[in-house]
Ligand binder design. Structure first.
Ligand code: PEP
Length: 265
């Protein structure tokens, strides 16, 4: 479901997933470097996902700016005896507007199922957070020709939480082929576009209005040298960046690529 006029309805977004990296000094430096680059309302929306421990620093440095940030995970209950977990309200308390849900590392290492992902998406929405839900196939699933089946299952699992027609999209999706995460292998722009169009089509089958408005980010070894060709694709609305988001200069070049694409739309 290609939409050649994406700029009319969908802004471009660049998100940085710091994963389990960084101490306070790193968070201060990276956040300040991004602010110093002078983000303006015309720039891509930039969202940082620091580890929980660095949220207070990001909050302190970026408060009042157009930069956004979020948690890398949350628990579906609001409070109580859940040692080691973090609730949506706690993230909101640190200025978070977003939360990452269902990253492939959580699905694979921490056995998060589609059911758990849906519970977390509902909890995030209930807390007033915008979930950024990650979906994507493994290398084996792709080689076996199961990419569409896997994505259909992952997308359909969260459709019950999708907003209603006439409203703004209440979540962001990030297509991250697992074989491209942290490997230096990237889906080619046309290959990624094909999958994004498929995913948008799955959403359109339930809600065409939201399908036009929802941001679909691409993730998987996005770097300064491939960002522009990926973000120029009609159904790719920006990127979720892992490794390259830890280096201010590289991350800012990716934001710059998004800015160039946004201006050309
Ligand atoms: C990620 O972990 O979300 C990611 C896309 O990582 P990388 O950019 O390092 O492949």
């Amino acid at each position: 479901m290609t939409n050649g006029r994406k700029g009319d309805v969908r802004p471009i977004m660049v998100a940085g997933n710091w994963k389990m990296n960084g101490l306070n000094a790193d968070a201060e430096h990276l956040t300040q470097a991004i602010l110093d680059a002078g983000l303006t309302p015309a720039s891509p929306e930039v969202v940082l996902f620091p580890p929980f421990t660095l949220l207070p620093m990001v909050h302190q440095v970026a408060k009042g700016s157009s930069l956004r940030w979020g948690g890398q995970n949350l628990f579906w209950e609001s409070h109580g005896a859940y040692t080691g977990e973090i609730s949506g309200a706690m993230l909101r308390d640190h200025g978070c507007r977003y939360v990452l849900i269902g990253h492939s590392e959580r699905r694979q290492i921490f056995q998060e199922t589609d059911e758990i992902v849906l519970k977390k998406v509902k909890a995030a929405l209930h807390s007033g957070l915008i979930p950024m839900v990650c979906i994507g196939e493994s290398e084996q699933e792709r080689l076996q020709g199961n990419t569409e089946e896997v994505l259909r299952r992952q997308v359909e699992a969260i459709l019950p939480a999708l907003g209603s027609a006439g409203q703004q999209a209440n979540m962001v999706l990030a297509y991250e082929p697992i074989w491209a995460i942290g490997t230096g292998k990237t889906a080619g722009p046309e290959q990624a576009q094909e999958v994004h169009a498929f995913v948008r089509g799955l959403i359109a089958a339930k809600n065409p209005d939201i399908a036009r408005k929802i941001l679909l980010l691409y993730g998987g070894s996005v770097k300064a040298n491939n960002a522009q060709s990926l973000f120029s694709q009609p159904d790719i609305d920006g990127g979720l960046v892992g490794g390259a988001s830890l280096q201010a200069a590289e991350f800012l070049q990716i934001c710059q690529a998004a800015h160039v694409v946004a201006r050309g739309l």
